[in-house]
Design a protein around this ligand. Structure first.
Ligand code: IMP
Length: 432
């Protein structure tokens, strides 16, 4: 593997929350360009730098390194109020030259009616709700695909924006009143608020596609920041319990308007166990005694950054990983949260599902999937202060090697705590 590669994509291999934020933060230090391709403020991670806590939803966290240029691609959906609050927070904390954030005019805008419809439709679905973040992501992508969405480019032109918004609100009000018995919205107040947002965002708007193409041609170091995880992908995820964008490595190229050959290496990020927020099947989910023996949600830090929801927890699922590694063509694995397993007597790995040759395509099959487990002895020793791989307890190394063997992909990085220094590198990326 070339260690001097110039472009790396970091992608989640499970249902999101794999710890991509930390891997991205580590790699950002030596990257020149950092780009986000899809999703919106449904994503979230927290970075602690120089004693200050920063919460990121859409802005690449690499903006904290003053030498970087950061990009929000045309495949994303932008809630301007949330994005401007993020930008404001960065300025307030003294992050230099926030103008280094470039936003594609092709990105679609999340409006108040998107959020409303997201929340109302979830409520109406009752027991079959997706468990969305309620940020309007699905309805915004719905409008994009239905060819009635409004893009940042449109919002920058007052006349075009007025015509498009008026038509959109008229249509949405029909939906709100007829389907949800909700009072209509007034387009004028949305127009005023969002016109102000447009003015504030205007200085960040740039031809992201062209800038990244030129950077790639010059061989500069680019980090592509995936959001959510492979099994939340709109096509190959556990549909319909998915998000509304392509969360795979292929989505990076599509969402940034960049040729796929410009991604040299894909790092698949996975926890050494499994988590999921929201609804939908999860074959290795822990219940009862097994769950009570697992570190609780606060000890395992398994509470969501965006919604504050407790995550569901399960054993590592190698069958699932083999599937998502295939969907992403991932070249190496970053294993996160090894330290959370430190105190367990025994740890299970799912190696397959009974009677399934390939990962099930339907919810019904996945709901009834019966995991086949192998049981590994725990290491019962803290790994939090370990600095190099060879110093890990024997059973921890055996566990990692088994994951590598089952997934048929080398492990390039292991995380043993949230801090930057709690990282064991098996391979150094972006070396000078
Ligand atoms: P939406 O993206 O808000 O429409 O939510 C759809 C599904 O994706 C729900 O199950 C959410 O919990 C999940 N989801 C969306 N973004 C993230 C994320 O960044 N991490 C984990 N789950 C997410």
């Amino acid at each position: 593997m070339s260690k001097n590669m110039s472009s790396i994509a970091v992608i989640g291999m499970q249902w999101g929350d794999e710890g991509k934020g930390k891997v991205i933060d580590l790699l950002s230090e030596n990257a020149q360009h950092i780009a986000r391709a899809q999703g919106g403020n449904n994503a979230g991670h927290t970075i602690v730098a120089e004693g200050k806590e920063f919460r990121f939803h859409l802005v690449p966290s690499g903006i904290l390194y003053p030498h970087t240029k950061c990009y929000i691609g045309g495949g994303t959906v932008i809630d301007p109020a949330s994005l401007l609050a993020e930008i404001e927070g960065l300025k307030k904390h003294g992050v230099p030259n926030v103008k280094r954030l470039y936003i594609s005019p092709y990105a679609h805008i999340v409006f108040p009616y998107h959020k409303l419809i997201d929340q109302l439709s979830e409520k109406q679905k009752g027991g079959s709700a997706v468990g969305t973040t309620g940020k309007g992501i699905g309805p915004c992508y719905t409008d994009k695909v239905s060819r009635c969405g409004i893009r940042l480019a449109d919002m920058l032109n007052p006349e075009i924006f007025r015509v498009k918004l008026q038509a959109a609100v008229l249509q949405k009000n029909r939906e709100l009143e007829k389907l949800y018995n909700h009072p209509p919205l007034e387009w004028e107040s949305i127009y005023k608020t969002y016109s102000d947002f447009a003015l504030e965002l205007a200085s960040h708007v740039a031809p992201v596609e062209e800038l990244l193409y030129q950077a790639a041609k010059r061989g500069e170091k680019i980090l592509f920041e995936g959001a959510q995880g492979a099994l939340l992908d709109i096509t190959f995820g556990t549909y319909p319990f998915v998000t509304s964008s392509c969360t795979l490595s292929g989505g990076i190229a599509a969402g940034l308007g960049l040729g796929p050959t410009k991604i040299e290496h894909t790092i698949g990020v996975t926890k050494v166990y499994t988590t999921r927020v929201g609804n939908g099947p999860m074959p290795t989910e822990l219940n009862g005694d097994e769950l009570s023996r697992f570190p609780d949600h606060s000890a395992s830090r398994e509470v969501g950054t965006t919604t504050g929801r407790k995550r569901r927890i399960g054993w590592f699922d190698a069958f699932l990983l083999r599937h998502t590694l295939c969907l992403n063509g991932a070249d190496s694995l970053a294993l996160t949260k090894l330290d959370i397993l430190d105190d367990l007597d025994e740890i299970k790995i799912c190696t397959g599902y009974k009677k399934c040759k390939t990962f099930p395509a339907t919810l019904e099959e996945l709901q009834h999937a019966q995991p086949i487990y192998e049981v590994h002895p725990g290491w019962k020793k803290s790994t939090r202060d370990v600095k190099i791989y060879d110093d890990l307890p024997h059973n921890a190394r055996a566990y990692i090697r088994r994951i590598e063997e089952l997934c048929e992909v080398p492990v390039s990085l292991i995380s043993v705590g949230p801090e930057r220094e709690k990282t064991l590198w098996l391979d150094r990326f972006f070396n000078e």
